[in-house]
Ligand binder design. Structure first.
Ligand SMILES: [Mg+2]
Length: 270
């Protein structure tokens, strides 16, 4: 496998054309993967920033801050923008879904469950030092980690979804599709993203299910995309190619070096 980080970028780019346009996207059949409006957003900037910090052993806070400021119009939320503007960025207790959308590198790199949790918390800590912020990152990264290691959908539903987000545990996609609206918290995003993955048939189906929930479409798809890739192990080549063309050179470089690192990573806690 390769293009691990691209599995997040495709979801983000595809969803970007629909973010906050719930009325336009409830219809699955009308979702286009890459419309002309599609572009990478804050989700991808920060996903690549976290990945770069891990593979180059950089300070997580400073690398998130630097990368965000280099892409300041990527769609960051208002509180995150204040953090970006600070010369001494301090965590502000966010429980938003920003911690879940940027943590996929932890799931891909980790070799053990303990390492995965520790790395996920590291990606969240610079801004999302709230129990719900940490939980969103931990849940998302662990789902990717376990699927990468070969666990099945029953395991994810019983050992991850039921445990971390019991409010969503018996839910089916059809139960909440019509009523789901914009929600920028981890608690309102991670559970639905996992359910999109659980009910999907392949990678593209998962992304389209996430986008057609409406609301924070790019983030839902950015969170669900890596889960689907970790499980199905494939994405259409054309989408990978199209996504790469929309990313700046530094992200393409990180993607390539991250792929190498995933195949050679040795856990430092053993
Ligand atoms: Mg976004």
């Amino acid at each position: 496998m390769e293009n691990f980080l691209i599995s997040e970028a495709i979801g983000d780019i595809a969803g970007s054309a629909y973010e906050g346009r719930t009325h336009r996207v409830k219809d699955y059949n009308k979702v286009k993967m890459f419309s002309s409006r599609a572009h990478f957003t804050d989700d991808t900037v920060l996903t690549f920033a976290c990945a770069e910090a891990f593979i180059d052993n950089l300070d997580m806070t400073m690398n998130l801050w630097k990368c965000a400021n280099e892409h300041r119009h990527a769609g960051f939320g208002s509180k995150f923008k204040l953090w970006m503007a600070s010369h001494y960025p301090k965590p502000y207790g966010s429980r938003g879904n920003g911690s879940a959308m940027r943590c996929s590198s932890a799931g891909w790199l980790a070799q053990t469950e303990e390492e995965c949790i520790r790395m996920a918390h590291k990606t969240a800590a610079p801004t999302h030092n709230h129990p719900e912020g940490f939980k969103g990152a931990e849940t998302t990264a662990l789902t990717i980690f376990h699927l990468k290691k070969g666990k099945d959908k029953d395991f994810i539903r019983e050992q991850i979804l039921d445990k971390y987000y019991p409010d969503w545990s018996n839910m089916k996609y059809a139960d909440f599709h019509d009523t789901y609206t914009f929600n920028s918290t981890c608690a309102g995003t991670v559970g639905p993203a996992i359910i999109c993955f659980l009910e999907s048939e392949d990678y593209v189906d998962c992304i389209k299910l996430a986008i057609s929930l409406g609301g924070d479409a790019d983030t839902l798809a950015a969170i669900a995309g890596p889960m689907a890739y970790a499980y199905y192990k494939k994405m259409p080549d054309t989408l990978v190619y199209q996504a790469m063309k929309k990313l700046p050179d530094w992200m393409v470089d990180i993607s390539r070096r991250f792929d190498e690192k995933v195949s050679t990573h040795i856990p430092d806690i053993l």
